[in-house]
Design a protein around this ligand. Structure first.
Ligand code: HEC
Length: 208
């Protein structure tokens, strides 16, 4: 009786572990391939639309009134990263091939609120992006390419964007960003996430 039970149990456990091992492999593969951007047939980046449901990284602020009336990127920069690359960064501390970061520009809408004086968000005024892709941008330093959908006259964003020349964006990121072209010195969310482990919830602290 006991032997019969074991005789059934052992193959069952074996089959179960094989199935779950394969499922793990498949997950891992999908995870590596998951892409949150599209490059069209002309080599342009199609404007991403769902980024506000990704991971929010921070809001650097370069108000016009601290930049001679016209900041290069006015004014709030709300930065987002795709969730798979965030998870990968937690696991490895590196940007995976296929990373995308979005910088959504928002105007200063007011300088006084019920909470005090300061800078308060107004309207969406622009959208920039960077992606790391060996397949599409093998010649760019670090394989990072930079894009803008911002309409210089204000109003509707462009639907696609050509990559900028290396000297226009990549060079400054290459020279000044703390972690492989990304300005993590300004994003405590990413500093706290680096290498904590894929499934770990980061602590509230995050050193530079
Ligand atoms: C002179 C330096 C400089 C240049 C040139 C520059 N950037 Fe940046 N960029 C920064 C800094 C500093 C930050 C982080 C702080 C901020 O947003 O103000 C940043 C952040 C970003 C981010 C958010 C993700 C990240 O890497 O931190 C994107 C996207 C971005 N820039 C796109 C662009 C694009 C597109 C261009 C070219 C049109 C460009 N940048 C040119 C300095 C630069």
């Amino acid at each position: 009786m006991k032997n019969k039970f074991l005789g059934l149990l052992v193959p069952l456990v074996l089959v179960f572990s094989l199935v779950s091992f394969n499922a793990f492999d498949r997950d891992e593969e999908e995870y590596q391939q998951a892409s949150f951007f599209k490059i069209d047939s002309k080599g342009e980046l199609v404007r991403p639309t769902n980024y506000r449901s990704w991971v929010y990284v921070g809001s650097p602020l370069t108000p016009n009134d601290l930049n001679n009336g016209k900041a290069a990127f006015p004014e709030f920069h709300n930065v987002y990263i795709d969730p798979v690359s965030y998870k990968h960064y937690k696991k490895t501390g590196k940007w995976r091939d296929g990373t995308i970061l979005i910088k959504e520009l928002v105007s200063v809408g007011g300088k006084a609120a019920a909470s005090g004086n300061g800078y308060f968000m107004g309207d969406f005024i622009g959208l920039e992006a960077t992606i790391k892709s060996k397949k599409h941008f093998s010649k760019e330093p670090g394989n990072w390419a930079y894009f803008s959908f911002t309409n210089p006259k204000g109003g509707t964003l462009a639907n696609t964007s050509k990559p900028f020349e290396t000297t226009q964006c990549n060079s400054c990121h290459n020279a000044n960003a703390a972690d492989d072209f990304v300005f993590t010195q300004h994003y405590p969310v990413l500093r706290a996430a680096k290498n904590v482990g894929e499934n770990t919830v980061p602590e509230n602290s995050g050193k530079r």
